[in-house]
Design a binder for this molecule. Structure first.
Ligand code: GDP
Length: 468
């Protein structure tokens, strides 16, 4: 039995190796970011603009007319949900546009290109095919990587210290105050604690914090209610008898690592060639210095996952495979007048440099950009108290009122955000930003109105341009 099995496996491996060698090349593009960062809108708009070109001048292959066609095909992974492209596109571009349902789990979409060869003699060779497999997954799952290096006691202590000053954590901290973690395990109590902690995570996320792990607590999918998600950080008691609540929590924490985190890295993360990390930097800046500090810690955590000299088990999974390019993109740049975009780009670049230093990251090519996958605003200058304000005009989600808004200032020097204590903490984006939740605009493509996105073409050029 065993020998025959091994032989069959060997042959199977050989078979897939052979077909790989003779089939068309594939790029696997990972799209991630914390919930509400803009993944779903990004993928929908990217695919729409690649299929229906003419609005992607910054993508060289498109500008040079070398993309003969781009079309959707069945994806290679039969058990991964398909990214619901058509439904999302309908929602965004219908007569009454609305934002699509956000990413809740992994999904995938294959876009295939027929490409003309570049260069003088390119025309003599026939067109070639390239497949782009787009893999959408929650950034929260990526941040779970940090848990792999921790044990339950260490994780609990760190989390409890970190959340202690946060108002969002008051409820959970009250719940565990005076709790006897050495008492016998009781499922109802474990459930109440897990729910309390999950509701803290939700509130922290809504308040602009990024470090909202364990990631499945916010996006549980089919694991909702299972023991592997029914744990929470507790202070370690001096004595831990058998059957204690603390011990059961510890066991579940380890199960979460082994049965949730590790399989994700093995089945999805390990296969990615190019990665875009979407960041709601404007939201964090508006939320204030603590949220910015937290965001840069999260960015370093994300880069750590892509670091070549990473921890043993991950190296074991990935072998020599490496992500070649990583783009950090601040989304929703259409909240700003274009004169402010350079500031946002500088902030992203500074955050990325900082994250690279913290994660001691080297290897993949990286870039930072400010983008809007779908522009919901047009620009307008408004006279206000004797000076001209560079505003954006859009229709509010809430109530549908259309007006011009000024989000507030961004610092000229990113250091004011990265070291607020030294530079004097200031509130940024403190004018209209709070109310600027725009509805997606009805797609108008009149000349002079500009493309329906901001720098999506540049993002695509960085991510896949070299292979087109
Ligand atoms: P996901 O959770 O990462 O999949 O995030 P979504 O793609 O669902 O985006 C979350 C929300 O951010 C959307 O519902 C929109 O309100 C907003 N959003 C995303 N992209 C843009 C954009 O390009 N412009 C504007 N104005 N809002 C955006």
């Amino acid at each position: 039995g065993d020998i025959a099995d091994d032989l069959l496996r060997g042959l199977g491996g050989l078979g897939s190796g052979l077909t790989e060698a003779f089939s068309d090349p594939v790029i696997r593009l990972g799209v991630t970011g914390l919930s509400r960062a803009g993944k779903t809108v990004f993928i929908t708009s990217l695919v729409a603009n690649l299929m229906d070109r003419g609005r992607m001048p910054g993508l060289r292959a498109a500008a040079e007319g070398r993309i003969l066609s781009a079309f959707l095909q069945p994806q290679p992974d039969d058990t991964v949900p398909r990214f619901d492209y058509e439904v999302h596109l309908d929602e965004l571009t219908g007569p009454a546009p609305r934002w699509p349902e956000s990413t809740r789990a992994v999904s995938e979409l294959r876009l295939s290109f027929r490409l003309a060869e570049a260069g003088l003699f390119g025309g003599m060779r026939g067109p070639r095919t390239l497949h782009l497999d787009i893999v959408d997954y929650p950034g929260e799952w990526l941040l779970d990587l940090a848990l792999m290096e921790q044990d339950y006691a260490g994780w609990s202590a760190e989390v409890l210290t970190r959340i202690e000053p946060r108002v969002e954590a008051a409820g959970y901290l009250a719940q565990i105050a005076g709790l006897d973690a050495a008492a016998a395990h009781d499922e109802m109590r474990a459930k109440a604690l897990a729910e309390g902690f999950a509701s803290y995570l939700g509130a922290a996320r809504a308040a602009g914090y990024s470090d909202c792990t364990p990631g499945r607590f916010l996006l549980p999918g089919e694991l909702a209610g299972s023991p592997v998600l029914t744990f929470a950080p507790l202070p370690k008691p001096a004595e831990i008898p058998r059957g204690a609540l603390w011990r059961e929590m510890e066991r579940r924490f380890e199960a979460y690592k082994a049965k949730v985190v590790k399989p994700f890295f093995r089945d999805h993360f390990a296969k990615i060639d190019r990665q875009v990390v979407l960041v709601d930097a404007l939201g964090a800046i508006h939320a204030g210095p603590r949220a910015v500090e937290d965001m840069r810690r999260a960015m370093a955590g994300i880069l750590a996952a892509f670091r070549p000299g990473r921890t043993g088990w991950l190296t074991g999974l990935l072998g020599l495979r490496r992500v070649e390019r990583i783009l950090f993109a601040a989304t929703k740049a259409d909240h700003l007048h274009h004169l402010e975009h350079a500031k946002l780009t500088r902030i992203m670049a500074a955050l990325m440099r900082d994250a690279k230093d913290r994660a001691e990251f080297a290897g993949a090519e990286t870039a930072a950009m400010a983008i809007a996958s779908l522009r919901a605003t047009v620009e307008e200058s408004v006279r206000h108290e004797g000076r001209m304000l560079d505003c954006v005009r859009g229709r509010l989600l809430d109530g549908g009122r259309e007006a011009a808004f000024y989000p507030g200032d961004l610092p000229d020097n990113p250091a004011a955000l990265l070291a607020p204590a030294r530079e004097g903490a200031t509130q940024w984006l403190d004018a209209d930003y709070e109310v600027m939740a725009f509805a997606p605009a009805v797609l108008k493509l009149k000349p002079g109105e500009g493309p329906p996105h901001i720098r999506l073409d540049r993002a695509a050029e960085f991510l896949i341009g070299d292979r087109l």
